[in-house]
Design a protein around this ligand. Structure first.
Ligand code: PLP
Length: 426
């Protein structure tokens, strides 16, 4: 038995499902998750000594590659001065100034410890600011596991929210309305019915939790226009897209300015960090300046700030996003050509350093319904064939893939060859 298998067996006695976050359990692809011993650059090394080229990157944060020396050294230096103060520290100020400079719509911001905290807090703020209870999210978008966000639509129809996890009271979920991603007419109808009660729209500006689906032309602009018309707050959840699709996030790529933005992942360089921020007059409603309560023992933690600052400093250097985008395009083109060669129907999406592979005959994939109609059996087989060849893809057909600057031409070529071998055997 492999060490990973042994650990997984042991873990299941004391950790629900053997993992501390569900998708890690490989439930949707089957098999045993690999337990990781260490990571470096583009690679993960499992406890059995096998090396993988990693296309998850800790679910997004590792844009610079694993164990980057600038981040590692910043963490070591900060740790020598103490692990947590529970009092303000200089790095928090530098961090707020830097984020605000890179994402100018974030005139003020608050640091938190996860993406979930960021979105949960942004929604409370939007509700407190507008005095309204109802929120709008899109089918297939994930914003963390706060109660009001664990709600999705019935297929394709406008519908009042039903919780999709036991433990979320229906009375609470009814304040979450859902609409189809990339379907503005449907959203306009929702606003026509409920507009005066809607506190905010929250959206992943590039959806990355139903595989990778970019916004259709005009979609994000339409959200801005509806929010302005009905006095609702527009929240871009850039936990995944922030510093991933461009230095200024998706809002810079699509040139749409939200009222509030949530960040996570890359902003912490691998440490548990999130942030929410936006327009000054909205952010001023947060305690202690305003009445909307929000707090955190470890918020603005000095080690996390040091890691995040080092990451943001590195990615602000010229040429980073050009290189990241070019590498991602090279990978996607190679995989597409390999699929075509072996007659495997495959459609791809890419925005900057994130990508999606869809096993489908549809030539474009633009919404949740299409994403969920893909051939998940083919994906499962592909996933395991790639894993056997040392390529670590997300263990679910509904997750975006991520590249890092550490992925070399040789890594990409190796991945494309492995994909070709896999397609041959599908
Ligand atoms: N928002 C988006 C867009 C995400 O992708 C995620 C996590 O993947 C979250 C929020 C939640 O972040 P966290 O897992 O750090 O709580």
């Amino acid at each position: 038995m492999s060490l990973s298998a042994e650990l997984f067996q042991r873990a299941q006695h004391t950790i629900p499902g053997g993992v501390n976050s569900p998708v890690r359990a490989f439930k949707s692809v089957g098999g045993t998750p690999v337990f990781i011993d260490r990571a470096d650059g583009a690679y993960l090394f499992d406890v059995d000594g096998k090396r993988y080229i990693d296309y998850i990157g800790s679910w997004g944060p590792m844009l610079l590659g694993h164990n980057h020396p600038a981040i590692r050294n910043a963490v070591i230096e900060a740790a020598a001065k103490g692990l947590s103060f529970g009092a303000p520290c200089p790095a928090e100020v530098t961090m707020a100034e830097l984020v605000s400079k890179l994402v100018p719509s974030m005139e003020m911001l608050r640091m938190v410890s996860s993406g979930t905290e960021a979105t949960m807090s942004a929604i409370r703020l939007a509700r407190g600011y507008t005095g309204r209870n109802t929120i709008v999210k899109f089918e297939g978008c994930y914003h963390g596991h706060a109660d009001s966000l664990l709600v999705k639509a019935g297929s394709g129809a406008l519908t009042l929210g039903v919780p999709n996890s036991p433990g979320v009271p229906a009375d609470f979920a009814k304040y979450t309305l859902t609409s189809e991603f990339n379907n503005l007419p449907q959203l306009a109808q929702l606003f026509a019915q409920h507009g005066d009660d809607i506190a905010c729209i929250i959206v992943e500006p590039v959806a990355g939790n139903m595989n990778c689906i970019p916004p259709a032309p005009g979609f994000l602009q339409g959200l801005r226009q509806l929010c302005d018309q009905y006095g609702a707050v527009l929240i871009f959840d850039e936990v995944m897209t922030g510093f991933r699709v461009a230095l200024g996030g998706a809002q810079a790529v699509y040139n749409v300015t939200p009222d509030l933005t949530t960040l996570g992942k890359i902003i912490g360089g691998g440490m548990p960090v999130g942030a929410f921020g936006g327009k000054r007059d909205i952010m001023q409603h947060i305690a202690p300046l305003g009445a909307v309560y929000q707090a955190g023992t470890l918020s603005g933690n000095p080690i996390a700030m040091a890691a995040g600052l080092a990451a943001l400093t590195e990615i602000s250097k010229p040429g980073v996003y050009e290189a990241l985008t070019a590498k991602t395009t090279q990978l996607i083109n190679g995989i597409s050509a390999a699929a075509a060669k072996h007659g495997v129907p495959l459609t791809t999406n890419q925005v900057g350093g994130m990508f999606g592979l869809f096993f489908t005959t549809e030539t474009t994939v633009t919404n949740f319904a299409q994403a969920t109609q893909c051939d998940t059996e083919a994906f499962k087989r592909f996933f395991h064939l790639m894993l056997q060849q040392g390529i670590y893809l997300a263990p679910s057909a509904y997750e975006a893939g991520f590249l890092s600057l550490a992925h070399s031409d040789a890594d990409l070529a190796h991945t494309i060859t492995a994909a070709e071998q896999s397609f041959k055997q599908l």
